[in-house]
Design a protein around this ligand. Structure first.
Ligand SMILES: *[C@@H]1O[C@H](CO)[C@@H](O)[C@H](O)[C@H]1NC(C)=O
Ligand SMILES: *[C@@H]1O[C@H](CO)[C@@H](O)[C@H](O)[C@H]1NC(C)=O
Ligand SMILES: *[C@@H]1O[C@H](CO)[C@@H](O)[C@H](O)[C@H]1NC(C)=O
Ligand SMILES: *[C@@H]1O[C@H](CO)[C@@H](O)[C@H](O)[C@H]1NC(C)=O
Length: 394
């Protein structure tokens, strides 16, 4: 893929400014930059803050997220990240997930707003109202699908007694909440599943139609209703094992990891969708130092050096690489040149007013990033053209 890479360009500009300082080390960078004596400290600040703004813009963010201390990154999002970054994931094959991800370049995870979960007393619905604030899904994002994930724990009785006790989990979209004038909420069934009580696992429900109505068609989001119904009319078994509510007598620490999670898959129209990557071998092969011909050089961008590791959950940094070197006359085949570059180099050899061809990235690849946005929501996103795969004279 041949394409311009604003990101890499920025990194290179930064490198040039810092005179060969490899990496994005703001403190060292600031100092060196300031000591170069070419700019006043104020100009230095301006340039570096401009630099940070440009990077944030590239990531599609208006300002630098400042996640709160108690922001929790759901395990599922971590697993999705591993799956899409080639780190090897424990996620079992899931056709629905594969399909959703293959049409999206952004996956967001939402916990529900607990202050909004109580249904009015009058309601005869037995479900739990869960409301997810989806404000951070931007208007320009095209939502391809959404799933509600609910954790349920097995009931020991059901395991030991061999009874095939089952219950049904119904997920509704709330169209109108019950209030003083109407006893019932008005709801629309989105998905339903019959589950055995002998297993501990996450259940995933398709809530795409509701999320699409909220985000694409601008309908008011009044939340979802989760209802647990016993099939064999076995009221003796408690419903508490379906974790939709924080329970007082339980360990509070477990709640962030078992509470419901709404996952949206969307595409912002930029770049390629997420795709499952094979476990990657270490990319950085030590290379013989031969002639200074155009080739790829190591450049590791460490997010903790920029102080961004508080909102970028993973990866901690990545190998971006850069292209550098001579494009000598005559251009050799392995320099990935074009006919035009060959001609330009040829002309340069007789007329030095015409520059030589430049050593630039000829092939770039994407990385996946997991981060907390300005609303403390977890986002997994694919960013294209972040890693140099090949260099050439162009
Ligand atoms: C949703 O989140 C946004 C941004 O944090 C906030 O402004 C808005 O009030 C929230 N909406 C609700 C219904 O909580
Ligand atoms: C449960 O099922 C197993 C295997 O089918 C059987 O050996 C066992 O006796 C059953 N236990 C009860 C309590 O029915
Ligand atoms: C749970 O029960 C169902 C039906 O009795 C059975 O098919 C399934 O294998 C059981 N699962 C486990 C983990 O025991
Ligand atoms: C030319 O491109 C290929 C594939 O993109 C790459 O493997 C190779 O290293 C590149 N050549 C140079 C000199 O970088």
């Amino acid at each position: 893929m041949v394409s311009s890479a604003p990101s890499l360009l920025l990194l290179c500009v930064y490198q040039v400014i810092l005179e060969g300082c490899v990496g994005l080390i703001p403190e060292v960078g600031r100092r060196r930059f300031a000591e170069s004596g070419r700019t006043s400290p104020q100009q230095t600040e301006e340039i570096l803050s401009e630099f940070e703004q440009r990077l944030l813009h590239m990531f599609g963010l208006k300002k630098r997220p400042n996640p709160s201390k108690n922001a929790v990154v759901p395990q599922y999002m971590m697993e999705l990240y591993r799956l899409h970054s080639g780190e090897g994931s424990n996620l079992a094959f899931d056709q629905q997930l594969e399909q959703s991800a293959s049409r999206a370049n952004t996956i967001r995870g939402f916990h529900h707003e607990e202050y909004m979960e109580e249904l009015p007393e009058a309601s005869d619905k037995t479900g739990v109202h869960v409301f997810f604030n989806l404000t951070s899904v931007l208007d320009e994002d095209f939502v391809t699908s959404a799933q509600l994930r609910i954790f349920r724990e097995k009931i020991e009785d059901a395991v030991s007694s061999n009874t095939s006790s089952q219950h049904r989990i119904n997920i509704y979209e709330v169209l109108r909440l019950a209030d003083s004038s109407s006893v019932d909420s008005i709801t629309r069934l989105l998905d339903t599943r019959l589950v055995h009580q002998n297993e501990t696992k996450w259940e995933s429900f398709d809530v795409t139609p509701a999320v699409t109505r909220w985000i694409k068609h601008g309908h008011t989001n009044r939340g979802l209703l989760v209802e647990v119904v016993h099939v064999n009319n076995d009221k003796s078994v408690s419903k508490a094992h379906v974790r939709i509510k924080r329970s007082l007598h339980r360990d509070d620490k477990s709640w962030p990891h078992v509470r419901p999670l709404l996952v949206t898959f969307s595409h912002d129209g930029k770049g390629l969708p997420l795709h499952k990557r094979q476990k990657r071998q270490s990319k950085v092969k030590p290379r013989r130092k031969t002639k200074a011909n155009c080739r790829r050089h190591p450049l590791y961008v460490d997010f903790s050096d920029v102080g961004w590791n508080d909102w970028i959950v993973a990866p901690p940094g990545y190998h971006a690489f850069y292209c550098h070197g001579e494009c000598p006359f005559p251009l050799a085949d392995h320099l990935n040149s074009t006919n035009h570059a060959i001609v330009q180099t040829l002309v340069n050899s007789v007329n030095s007013n015409i520059p030589k061809a430049c050593c630039v990235p000829t092939e770039l690849s994407a990385i996946s990033m997991l981060y907390l946005d300005e609303y403390d929501k977890v986002v997994l996103k694919n960013y294209q053209d972040m890693v140099v795969e090949g260099c050439g004279c162009r």
